[in-house]
Structures are given as structure tokens and as C-alpha cells.
Design a protein around this ligand. Structure first.
Ligand code: NAD
Length: 432
């Protein structure tokens, strides 16, 4: 089977490479010619563990190719995935212009029956809207099916999440399209991955509901963490104990500087906007967004409490990307924290294993160093912003000796407070 993936970003590239690995012929399309040139030369535009090997292997086997020419890709494909961005607009609702543009191009080049699948996270009703749009834009009347197949992969673990998903959601009322999608996902059926077959609208809402629920767990534990600070107890004990209840589960109960990334902030806003559109309240989601905003704002005052007046102080930041194992800086807490530190007159030195180039585009005032030890040299304080595994095994004695004053704001609770105090650090975490 031939498929086309329109939009070769985090989701499109992983989707294309994984389907090629399943034995499908895949053409990945993007309007960004530089990205396509890099990919065609075997160079990855993003950092994602295991991706380069998977892409190279499948390009060599001839099953995966990259192009800016949508016409041929659409003509060859039976299934066309739309995996373009849906960034938030100023009112919180998603900008559908990329999805519309991609759907128009697909309509223009259709030469037979196609299954058109939204992988992008789109508002409820988008599938039906695309059905009408494509119908109107077609040059001649050709049949097609519309499917919503939301993506749940996590950056940093994207390939494993695609290959071993908790579930695959397929929303459609077109039986032929569903049969073709089942065939395409056969390797996952054989591995007994659960499939949820539902309506277009339920599939579209599932993605927003899932992300909003995960964001709720984060804001909830951050609220409990702040309470722990006032009470004088450790949020990790509380999180561990509540997480042992299987109805709650232990995942996503890690306190920190607030959620970021390209999905949770955007998708919580979008769900609130969907609720408004349907005349419903979104009290829980609104609170989740507000708690997160406050949590992000509370980080610099925390650092200031540790360091005193920030004017002229040198702050070393370890970790810049919004989470470990990615170079994605979209909505990263580091951006807010560093911008605020700079506003207060601090000098910022930073290190991240993979995202310093991306970070320099948004935060050019920062000095980027070659490793953790260079970053902390002569610093008045060290702030952990992203919990990369390599930060868990640092030589903390060496760090202490390199710093001007041994002070740590551990915004991811990487280290044990008692251990750090024993080493002579003044240490604060979140909720402990
Ligand atoms: P991205 O910005 O990394 O990639 C989008 C790509 O689409 C870009 O390369 C862009 O050049 C391309 N594009 C835009 N218009 C195009 C057009 N008309 N034709 C061809 N290409 C076009 O975005 P992403 O992070 O991969 O997200 C894509 C969608 O998937 C979004 O709706 C997002 O919410 C959703 N999603 C993302 C994640 C994630 O972890 N990043 C997870 C699940 C779902």
C-alpha cells in the first residue's frame, strides 16, 4: 500500500518512518523545502531517539521518501494523513489554516478513491468540515473517506509510543475507509494493540480530553506541592501514596515548573474554546490553565528567595527543552524562567544536551556552554529546569567547588534535599 503524510514535523516524520517500517510505501510531503532537502540528505531536522536509524534504514530500503511535490504523493497514495500544525490563535482556538491548505491540495490532485485521515489535533467537527471542503474543491467527483486518527505519541519516546500504543483511535462513518485503516495498522492488530472504533467527533474530542486530563494531573500535583511547602512535608511521599491507588495511578504526578510543550498548553486552551463554542462551561480545564500559569510565574520568585536580589547575579540553567530527550523548545518553561531572570538583571549561562541551537533562536542573550560543569563555573545559583537523565549522575562535589556560592533551585526534584544539604548546598525543590 502507498500512503502520503502531509506535514513532516514531529508527528508526520515519526508516522511516516514507522509505517515504512511496517512495510508500507510512504511519501512524506512538506512545504518547507529546506526541511525536505535535509531529510533527503539523511539529516534529521529534530532530535528524537532512534529516529535517524529508522529513517535511514527505510530510505535505503526504498520505502520512505521526502518531497515538496504533493501532486505525485496524492496520486500514488490510497491513504493520506494530514499531520500539519494546528497552533493556537489569540482566542485559544486552533488555527486550521494549515489543515485547510493541505486538504485543498489533496482535493486538487485526487485521481481516485482516497482515505483522508486527520492525525493533526483538530477541533470537533473538523472531519465533517473537511468532507465538505474537499467535495467543493475537487475537479471531478471522486469518492473518498474521512477518518480521525488522533496521535498520542510523546516526544522523546515517539517511536516506541507509535509502535506500541496504549490504543489506536479511529473515528469515521465510512466503512470502506475503516477497513483500509485496519489493513494499514495490521502489524499493530497482530500485536494485539487495542483499537477504539468510534465516530469522527468522539475521536476528535478524545485527543483533547486525554491531553486535558494529563494536564489536570500535573496542575493538581503542583497545587498539592505548593501546599506541602506551606505544611512542611514532602510532596513525593504524598504523590507516591496516592499513586498506589490504581484508580489514580502513579504517572503524571511529578511536581515541577508547570507544563509546557507544543501540546498541553495549546490543547487545554482549545478544549476550553470548544466548550465555549458548544455553550458549555469548562471550569476544570480553565482552572488547570490558571494553576499552570501561576506555577510558571512562581519559579523566579522561588529562585530570588534563594539568591536574593538577582541584579548582576550569575544563574546557571541546566536543561532548556520542555522535557528530556527532545530539542523541542515550544512553550518550554525555560523560556519564561530565563526571560524573567534576564529582566531582573541576572546573567544567564546554560547547558542542554540537544536544544541549545533551538534555544539560542529564542534566547540569544544567554551564554551557552559545552557541558554542565562549564555552565556552573562561578555561578551564584544552579537551576535545574529539565530532568535529563545525565543530570541525575553529576559530580555534585565538583559542581559545589566550581560555583561561586553553592545554591540549587531544583525545579524537577532531581536530587534529594538531605543529600544536597549534607554536601553543603543551600537547596530548594518543588513541594518538599
Ligand atoms: P510541526 O510544526 O513539527 O510540523 C508540522 C509540519 O507541517 C511543518 O514541517 C510544516 O512545514 C508542515 N506544513 C504546514 N503546512 C503544510 C502544507 N500545507 N503542506 C505540507 N506541509 C505543511 O508539528 P507537530 O508537532 O508534528 O504537530 C502536528 C500536529 O500533530 C498538531 O496538530 C499537533 O497538535 C499534533 N500532535 C503533536 C504531538 C507532538 O508531540 N508534537 C503529539 C500528538 C499530536
Amino acid at each position: 500500500m502507498h500512503i502520503a503524510v502531509i506535514g513532516t514535523g514531529y508527528v508526520g516524520l515519526v508516522t511516516g518512518a514507522c509505517f515504512a517500517e511496517f512495510g508500507v510505501d510512504v511519501t512524506c510531503v512538506d512545504i518547507d523545502s529546506k526541511k525536505i532537502a535535509r531529510l533527503s540528505a539523511g539529516e534529521m531536522p529534530i532530535y528524537e531517539p532512534g529516529l535517524e536509524q529508522l529513517v535511514t534504514k527505510n530510505m535505503q530500503s526504498g520505502r520512505l521518501r521526502f518531497t515538496t511535490e504533493i501532486k505525485q504523493a496524492v496520486e500514488q497514495a490510497l491513504v493520506i494523513f494530514l499531520a500539519v500544525g494546528t497552533p493556537p490563535q489569540s482566542d485559544g482556538s486552533p488555527d486550521l489554516s494549515f489543515v485547510e491548505a493541505a486538504a485543498r491540495s489533496v482535493a486538487e490532485h485526487m485521481n481516485g478513491y482516497k482515505v483522508i485521515v486527520t492525525k493533526s489535533t483538530v477541533p470537533i467537527g473538523t472531519g465533517e468540515y473537511l468532507r465538505k471542503l474537499i467535495r467543493e474543491q475537487q475537479k471531478s467527483r471522486l469518492n473518498f473517506g474521512i477518518v480521525s486518527n488522533p496521535e498520542f505519541l510523546r516526544e522523546g519516546a515517539a517511536i516506541n509510543d507509535f509502535m506500541r500504543p496504549d490504543r489506536v483511535v479511529l473515528g469515521s462513518r465510512d466503512e470502506e475507509a475503516i477497513a483500509i485503516m485496519r489493513d494499514l495498522y495490521r502489524p499493530l492488530y497482530l500485536m494485539e494493540a487495542p483499537f477504539v472504533l468510534t465516530s469522527l467527533e468522539a475521536a476528535e474530542l478524545t485527543k483533547y480530553a486525554a491531553n486535558a486530563f494529563l494536564a489536570t494531573k500535573i496542575s493538581f500535583i503542583n497545587e498539592i506541592a505548593n501546599l506541602c511547602e506551606s505544611i512542611g512535608c514532602d510532596v513525593h511521599d504524598v504523590a507516591k501514596a496516592i499513586g498506589m491507588d490504581r484508580r489514580i495511578g502513579s504517572k503524571f504526578l511529578h511536581p515541577g515548573p508547570g507544563f509546557g510543550g507544543s501540546c498541553f498548553p495549546k490543547d487545554t486552551q482549545a478544549l476550553a474554546s470548544v466548550a465555549r463554542e458548544f455553550g458549555r462551561d469548562s471550569m476544570i480545564v480553565d482552572a488547570v490553565i490558571e494553576v499552570n500559569r501561576r506555577q510558571r510565574q512562581a519559579m523566579v520568585p522561588k529562585i530570588e528567595k534563594l539568591v536574593g536580589d538577582l541584579q548582576g547575579k550569575t544563574v546557571a540553567i541546566l536543561g532548556l527543552a520542555f522535557k528530556p530527550e527532545t530539542n523541542d523548545m515550544r512553550e518550554a518553561p525555560a523560556i519564561d524562567i530565563i526571560s524573567e531572570l534576564l529582566k531582573h538583571g541576572a546573567i544567564v549561562r546554560a547547558y542542554d544536551p540537544v536544544s541549545m541551537k533551538e534555544s539560542a533562536d529564542v534566547l540569544p542573550e544567554v551564554t551557552y556552554l559545552a557541558d554542565e560543569y562549564e555552565a556552573v563555573t562561578n555561578a551564584d545559583a544552579l537551576v535545574f529546569v529539565t530532568e535529563w537523565n545525565q543530570f541525575r549522575a553529576l559530580d555534585m562535589r565538583r559542581i559545589r567547588d566550581l560555583m561561586k556560592t553553592p545554591k540549587i533551585a531544583d525545579l524537577r526534584n532531581i536530587y534529594e534535599p538531605a543529600d544536597m544539604r549534607e554536601l553543603g548546598f543551600e537547596y530548594i525543590g518543588v513541594g518538599r
